[in-house]
Design a protein around this ligand. Structure first.
Ligand code: XCC
Ligand code: SF4
Length: 630
């Protein structure tokens, strides 16, 4: 057997360079040129000490002017900015979750959306105290969606899914006053707290950030994940491909971009319909090729095996190939640059959400009731656009890798069951995994998540840190754009076991998994929360004691800061490769690092050098092992 050659960073960068040069030749800007134009970032913004919350300002903190006009100091200003960042992220994730709840509410046996996972529907409905015996599944789903929607604005009590957390976390959150109440309440209250003339106390602001983050992770995101599984099916392992090479030179290429699976699912299903496939053939194409970008890619990869054309910073590259008939987006992480860029090609850029209207795009609204019609419209536009492709002006880089995707918690347990099926007491649990960690065959686990970012060498930190973990027998779970970085480098292929230390390699062989497990999109970090929680419960220790860490080496979005807040609040140290914009306040810096570790048992570790960041993660895991005496 010949040894597998993995796509290298250099190969990927050389593909990007060719596409970038194409853009330059056509006098179009891309993120590379714009990042160059923006490279002298505003220092006040970077440090979080510019306040423009009222029109007496903007006030900027300097040694000579240590207070804003109202008297707010650096700590108040940086803390308010930080809290507002978290709220932006929590609102985005949770509103995504709300949209899915609305789709679930509209699901009908003969409607556009049906229930795919009845078992999960019943299980979650029971959690909400909904009667399930002898009832029609759609009646149950309807009640569940209603209960879920109520989680956003209920006047009293705390979020239902909080009860899934360990007893220790629930008590601690109560003690610290950070148990999330209604999702919208956390966001609204935080906006109120940060209004001119309200909270100026740093600790209170950071606590509110923890609580808003928790309302995302254990609220909006968790509902997004559970309800998506109910509607579209709980993911199980399947093979797909990743990187720009998944674009086809002789098929109609449709890129689905954004986050909400309601749109992408419908496009995927519609593109398989014979009437569209036949029409594509009539027009000289070999068929229709749907591929994904950003979190939407994760959603359709793990449920349909749809290839992942790339992650966040690759969205312009996809269009620059000249091979994309339609790029269709719903919400979040969509570059406005796609508008003018698509105009330079035959590519149609279609937006679908009233929440993300972008100039130079065609708007085709996507709602639960118009879904089928909108999807037909979108696929038809793509097919008819194939004849406009300039075949002599294509550049599709050839690099692509295979990847196994779709490791939901249910799927992981099923894989583990496969190796212990004779031991009844282990079936249906994470115990085999726990045993591997206890014995040291695996040293621990990390979740690598989040975006890529021009502030660093894009994807490099993701890939290098993962490789380092594998070599050190640390199993990796991934979501979001980190998952696509891993896939592009071949780290989610079964052959990636060759990059592992002996222990992890053995586990991969035995269980038949790749060493980097794809757990989905960024809202699916809620799956990681449940994984951590159930492992801790079955182990009989607290989440803070687990030899497990989180890492967002190249994060850029507000959503990432919200995630980081719920991950540390759940007791998992989070290693950041990009600094949060609070450096101008020693107090906030202390609150999110050292004091967070004292109060929550976990906090941030910030290190811009990926090599050192990886070393720190390993040291963190080993320290947890020492404390457990394993
Ligand atoms: Fe967006 Fe979710 Fe970041 Fe990727 S990882 S750039 S947030 S698509 Ni979520
Ligand atoms: Fe300046 Fe205070 Fe107004 Fe902020 S709230 S802009 S610090 S006066």
């Amino acid at each position: 057997m010949t040894e597998k050659k993995f796509t290298t960073m250099e190969q990927m960068e050389s593909d990007s360079k060719i596409l970038f040069d194409r853009a330059c030749d056509m006098c179009i800007d891309t993120w590379q040129t714009r990042a160059q134009d923006q490279k002298n970032h505003c220092k006040f913004g970077e440090d979080g000490v510019c306040c423009r919350i009222c029109s007496m300002g903007p006030c900027r903190i300097t040694p000579k002017a240590p207070k804003g006009i109202c008297g707010a100091d650096a700590h108040a200003i940086a803390g308010r900015n930080y809290l507002r960042t978290v709220v932006g992220g929590a609102a985005a994730h949770s509103d995504h979750g709300r949209e899915i709840a609305h789709v679930l509410y509209e699901a009908a046996r003969n409607g556009s959306y049906q229930i795919k996972d009845e078992e999960k529907c019943i299980k979650v409905a029971k959690e909400f105290g909904i009667e399930t015996e002898g009832r029609d599944i759609y009646d149950i789903a309807h009640d569940l969606a209603y209960a879920g929607l109520n989680e956003y604005g209920k006047p009293f009590g705390t979020l239902k899914f909080v009860e899934r957390a360990t007893e220790e976390r629930q008590q601690l959150w109560k003690k610290l006053g950070i148990t999330p109440r209604a999702v919208d309440r956390e966001c609204t209250e935080a906006m109120h707290m940060t209004h001119m003339g309200n909270t100026a106390d740093a600790t209170t602001l950071v606590r509110a950030a923890n609580r808003a983050g928790l309302s995302d992770g254990w609220g909006g995101s968790m509902m997004g994940t559970e309800f998506s599984d109910i509607l579209f099916g709980t993911p199980h392992p399947m093979e797909t491909e990743a990187n720009l090479g998944v674009l086809s030179k002789d098929m109609v290429n449709i890129v689905v971009h954004g986050h909400d699976p309601a749109m992408s699912e419908m496009v995927v299903i519609t593109a398989e319909m014979p009437e569209f496939v036949n029409r594509a053939r009539e027009l000289g194409a070999k068929g229709i090729n749907v591929v994904g970008i950003c979190c939407t890619a994760n959603e359709v990869a793990m449920r349909h095996g749809i290839p992942m054309v790339g992650n966040f910073l690759q969205q312009e590259n996809a269009v620059l190939t000249g091979a994309v008939e339609v790029i269709v987006a719903d919400v979040q992480c969509i570059f406005p640059a796609l508008g003018p860029l698509s105009k330079c090609f035959h590519t149609k850029f279609i937006t679908t959400s009233p929440k993300a209207r972008i100039p130079d795009s065609d708007f085709i609204e996507f709602t639960a009731s118009s879904a089928e019609e909108s999807a037909r419209n979108i696929v038809s536009i793509a097919v008819e656009n194939y004849v406009n492709r300039k075949k002599d002006n294509l550049f599709i880089p050839e690099h692509k890798e295979t990847a196994v995707v779709g490791y939901s918690c249910e799927a992981i347990i099923k894989e583990l069951d496969g190796v212990t099926n004779t031991q009844v007491d282990l079936t249906g649990t994470y115990k085999p995994l726990i045993e591997c960690i206890k014995s040291g065959v695996l040293r621990g686990a990390v979740g690598v998540v989040g975006c890529n970012n021009p502030r660093v060498r894009p994807d490099y930190s993701h890939i290098e840190i993962m490789k380092k973990m594998l070599k050190n027998d640390i199993i990796v779970v991934v979501t979001g754009c980190s998952a696509q970085a891993a896939a592009k480098a071949g780290l989610m292929s079964k052959e990636a076991k060759e990059l592992c230390g002996d222990g992890l390699k053995r586990v991969c062989d035995l269980v038949g998994i790749p060493p980097v497990l794809h757990m989905g999109s960024c809202v699916d970090i809620s799956r990681i929360l449940m994984l951590i929680t159930d492992v801790a419960k079955q182990w009989g220790i607290n989440t803070t004691e687990l030899p497990i860490v989180g890492c967002a080496p190249e994060w850029m979005s507000e959503k990432a800061v919200s995630i980081a807040n719920y991950v540390i609040s759940t007791g998992i140290d989070t290693y950041l490769g990009i600094e949060p914009q609070v450096k101008g306040s020693t107090e906030i810096m202390d609150l999110i690092t050292e004091r967070s570790r004292q109060d929550l048992g976990a906090g941030y570790i910030i290190e811009m050098d990926p090599e050192k960041l990886g070393d720190a993660m390993i040291a963190g895991i080993e320290a947890k092992r020492d404390a457990l005496n394993i």
